[in-house]
Design a protein around this ligand. Structure first.
Ligand code: ATP
Ligand code: MG
Ligand code: MG
Ligand code: MG
Length: 459
């Protein structure tokens, strides 16, 4: 089954179960200024769960575009290293707003996976929260899941919207990709491996946590679920990595062509093929590269992709060329992408040309610093110079260092940043406007963005 067919099969299945199909929302959350990006299918429904946004339906289903490249869920560092993480992905979800609860949510999920998609039950592993005897009973007695493939876990199976408010236990479904792949079942010491891959998370919104920490039962409990389209596509297409699915094959081929590097298994090509999706869709949703907030996250992702192309030997701008391949893959499902594709390519090309001016010099400086390194930590002053003079975002330098097994002096870097801010403040005695602009730049690059991170509490 192709990715597009899986998306459609999911929406159709839940429509048959009385759910209204709700179109995907923007990556820039309209209802929550503190959240960096839409990072889960439930984000556009947050106010519906809270009873503040009445809708003409109590059951909904969607295929929501998501970005996890900052904030509470930041998977940027995983991309290229795990088989299952992207910066941009689609989350398939079904939602109940005070309508059905655990029993139906579990039954829908199991029926969809085993009957509609035909997955063998013996490849699926289920977890519930340690406290959730009710869900355990449903899984074991009503669904008949094998106790050998069932476990009760703690933190991974509890969800909360914030420090107070709706929260509840969750239940997750994993797919076992088989003993050839390294990794252990959920809850085991090897669970970080990629053998057992989490495909679906069912959240049972059951309590309202008050300021004193007490969990009060919600009068009308709700359901929020999320399944990664790319992960389930990998399962159905009989491949282990998300990067082997239909959609990524073509993006990887385009990345190979644009960089002149033929081996599509190279991690850098995976990074580039991943990053074009988040960058293009962020631009579709009105984010432009800048030095602050969301725009700085976009700039960081673009520059990271450019650096990986540079590593593969691309000497000309290449990243913007992938927009056409992405449009071919996703333009049917996302007409807004098709419509914006020329503009996206222009924005990316401009950013490529701009960064090309400093990338070579910065990489030269970084290579020299790495060659001269005593120990295995890159000094904060070097990280700062790369940032300040050559436009290397912190995580870009970290990405290079990770490839070499070197860590970064992050505290030292923060001190240099702070010192720069102090200098700007001192200078403000002589020219308030100019200094304020510098301060804003420095601050929003980190402090401002951290603030968004701290408040980004959704799923
Ligand atoms: P993981 O533990 O693998 O990082 P998660 O627990 O962070 O996943 P959830 O927040 O539960 O993921 O999101 C619901 C579903 O969305 C997951 O079960 C998975 O299928 C998918 N998903 C989450 N993060 C990503 C990602 N970075 N790339 C692709 N799919 C993802
Ligand atoms: Mg995660
Ligand atoms: Mg998880
Ligand atoms: Mg999860």
């Amino acid at each position: 089954m192709k990715s597009a067919d899986i998306r459609q099969a999911f929406l159709t299945f839940f429509e048959e179960q009385g759910h209204t199909i709700v179109p995907t929302s923007s990556l820039v959350p309209g209802n929550d200024p503190t959240l960096l990006f839409t990072n889960a299918g439930m984000v556009p429904f947050k106010d519906v769960f809270l009873g503040r946004d009445p809708r003409p339906y109590v059951r909904a289903t969607s295929a929501q575009r998501c970005v996890r490249a900052g904030g509470k869920h930041n998977d940027l560092d995983n991309v290229g290293y795990t088989a299952r993480h992207h910066t941009f992905f689609e989350m398939l979800g079904n939602f109940s707003f005070g309508d059905y609860f655990k029993r139906d949510a579990i039954r829908f999920a199991w029926t969809f996976l085993t009957e509609r998609l035909g997955l063998p039950a013996e490849k699926l592993w289920v977890t519930v929260h340690v406290s959730d005897d009710e869900a355990e009973k449903i899984w074991k007695e009503e669904i008949g899941v094998d106790p050998a493939r069932f476990s009760k876990l703690d933190e991974d199976n509890f969800w909360q919207m914030g420090d107070t408010g709706p929260c509840g236990p969750s239940s997750e479904i994993f797919f076992d990709h088989g003993p050839e792949v390294w990794g252990g079942p959920p809850g085991s010491p090897e669970e970080d491996g990629d053998r057992y891959i989490e495909i679906w998370n069912l959240v049972f919104m059951q309590f309202d946590r008050d300021a004193g920490g007490t969990l009060n039962p919600l009068p009308k409990p709700s359901i929020d679920t999320g399944m990664g389209l790319e992960r389930v596509a990998a399962v159905l297409q009989g491949v282990h990595s998300n990067y082997q699915i239909d959609l990524f094959q073509n993006l990887l081929a385009a990345a190979a062509k644009a960089t002149g590097h033929a081996d599509t298994a190279t991690p850098s090509l995976r990074v580039i093929a991943d990053h074009i999706r988040s960058c293009a869709f962020l631009i579709v949703d009105g984010v432009l590269p800048s030095n602050e907030g969301r725009g700085y996250v976009l700039r960081r992702i673009i520059r990271r992709a450019i650096r990986h192309g540079h590593k593969l030997g691309a000497s000309e701008p290449f990243f913007h060329k992938l927009v056409a391949a992405l449009d071919a893959e996703m333009g049917d499902a996302y007409p807004e992408l098709r419509q914006a594709s020329e503009q996206i390519a222009r924005v990316l090309l401009k950013e490529e040309e701009q960064f090309a001016r400093t990338l070579d010099h910065g990489m030269g400086l970084l290579e020299a610093a790495l060659a001269d390194l005593q120990g295995d930590e890159l000094p904060g002053a070097t990280v700062f110079k790369l940032y300040d003079t050559y436009g290397f975002p912190f995580d870009l330098t970290a990405d290079v260092c990770r490839e070499r097994g070197v860590t970064l002096d992050e505290a030292g870097f923060e001190r240099e940043l702070e010192a720069q801010r102090q200098r700007a403040r001192a200078a403000s005695q002589f020219g308030a406007d100019y200094a304020a602009a510098i301060e804003l730049d420095g601050e929003t690059t980190f402090t401002g963005y951290e603030r968004l991170e701290d408040d980004a509490r959704v799923t």
